[in-house]
Design a protein around this ligand. Structure first.
Ligand SMILES: [Cu+2]
Length: 251
């Protein structure tokens, strides 16, 4: 009897905890403020690590007009919302709340040689930290994918292996159909700059060739920001042209 009550109590506590963390994750009301100052030597600090939901207040010690905005100059397509869309007067500040995890490079749109980086982790950044695995073989990883009908535990083991190789990155280089990083950790809806320095276009495809769920044509010699919408969380293997070469790990 006592055990039963204990189990019920523990369950309630777990459920309440889950509801609380869900709410605090999505409400975004708990963020803290950080300050970045543009001075004669550029942005200070040049690199800043914050959590999702935190706000960065940009100001200018020189009293000149400025305009902090995400890369790439001049389009700011890396993180379009990270852009005041107008000049900020030298005696004013501009605040931006970072809602997307990722490594966001930015610059002063008026003086683009001034650059900086805001690294936005998630709540539970420890979970987002990549295991330090630098070398692995993507072909082997695909070869280890469990056969159809294999027990769920095998798929789980494979997924956690993939997660171990996943890197957060806002840029994917698919030149020579050899993606770097080969396993990218993304949010369900995130912009990703895809680079193709080859002289031919590449096709990045997930799903059946005749009816792909994701199909991006990456023109030769370009660096384009794509907003990819994944239907759900999970592991998305993709082909470049006709070869399985990379994985999106969507969280
Ligand atoms: Cu710019």
């Amino acid at each position: 009897m006592f055990n039963k009550i204990a189990i019920i109590l523990v369950s309630i506590i777990i459920i309440l905890g889950a509801v609380y963390s869900y709410q605090s994750f999505f409400s975004g009301e708990t963020g803290t403020n950080h300050s970045v100052i543009l001075g004669p030597g550029g942005f200070e600090p040049k690199e800043l690590s914050i959590n999702v939901g935190d706000t960065v207040i940009f100001s200018n010690s020189k009293g000149n007009q400025f305009w902090p905005a995400s890369d790439l100059h001049p389009t700011h397509a890396l993180y379009p919302e990270f852009d005041p869309m107008q000049v900020v007067e030298g005696n004013k500040t501009w605040s931006f709340k970072f809602q997307k995890a990722g490594t966001w490079k930015y610059h002063d749109h008026l003086t683009p040689v001034y650059t900086g980086t805001i690294i936005v982790g998630g709540k539970g950044s420890a979970k987002n930290a990549t295991k330090n695995v630098e070398t692995f073989n993507i072909d082997e990883l695909f070869a280890q994918f469990p056969a159809e009908g294999a027990p769920a535990s095998e798929f789980q083991a494979w997924n956690s292996k993939v997660e171990g190789y996943a890197k957060e990155s806002s840029v994917l280089n698919i030149s020579q159909c050899s993606p770097q990083p080969p396993v990218v950790r993304l949010n369900q809806k995130q912009s990703l700059v895809i680079k193709n320095s080859d002289t031919v276009n590449h096709h990045l495809i997930h799903g059946p060739i005749d009816n792909p769920e994701i199909h991006l044509e990456i023109p030769s010699g370009t660096e384009i920001s794509y907003e990819i919408n994944f239907p759900n969380r999970g592991v998305f293997g993709y082909k470049c042209d006709n070869k399985r070469v990379g994985i999106f790990f969507v969280t």
